[in-house]
Design a protein around this ligand. Sequence first.
Ligand code: MG
Length: 289
Amino acid sequence: MKFVTYINDGESGVGVLNAAETSVIPAAELGLEAKTMNELIDELRGGLPTVPAGVKELALSDIKLDAAIPEPKQDIICLGLNYRDHAEEATRADAVFDVQRGDAVYFAKRLQRAVAPGGIIDGHFDICDSLDYEVELGVVIGKDAKNVKAADAAEYIFGYTIINDVSARNLQTRHKQWYFGKSLDDFTPIGPCIVSAEKLGAMPELDIRCYVNGELRQNSNTRMMIFDIPYIIEELSAGMTLKAGTVIATGTPSGVALGMEPSVREYLKSGDVIRCEIEGIGVLENAIG
Ligand code: MG
């Protein structure tokens, strides 16, 4: 089941895609009161709605998709250097990334409002001279998780989405940590949908790719993560409650601009189009303003 946030005649709503992925079934048609993705996650409490026959649908061509979860309640929890090939390219590029391996690297990414599929990303070129992309699998928690064992992680996952962890490399290196350089307005496109976890489980093996202006830059599979999702949920929930609606960005594979040889390194510029794809979830495409 694919959940979306949409805008219809200026009004925001949530719903599920029909099987053909040509229209949206609004939550109200499923007997739900939710108007936002946060409300939908709370209302479903880890369950899934049933879709009755003959419900009213909104054609995708008549509405606009918004970010899958436009305003998460809290900052996004991010994994750094969670694909071995990316950890190697980042360490090669800048000593600030040369962390001791052995434990997961966690950090936060602030967002005021996630960018919708097709939305424009402000490159903040007045303060950023090294704008980069990072396609990532996003995990959305479905019910409050505290002291969850890895074996039980699947029942706490609402679903999966695509996140572009847009990054200002000069800021994240200058300030010796990643919070500021990854938290500028528009630096978090999320979408196009959230795929419920009932079929994918807690260890999805999905092809993950990123293209810039049609050129393939990142190409991997989520099974290449160093710390997998059950591990992450067990470790974090042992000390902090992961509230329903929490979003976790699970790290990016190699192929970011930072990882290129300095002589050929191509950071993003105005007009560039970034296309993030994850198998079974869809495409998240955005241009730089
Ligand atoms: Mg990242």
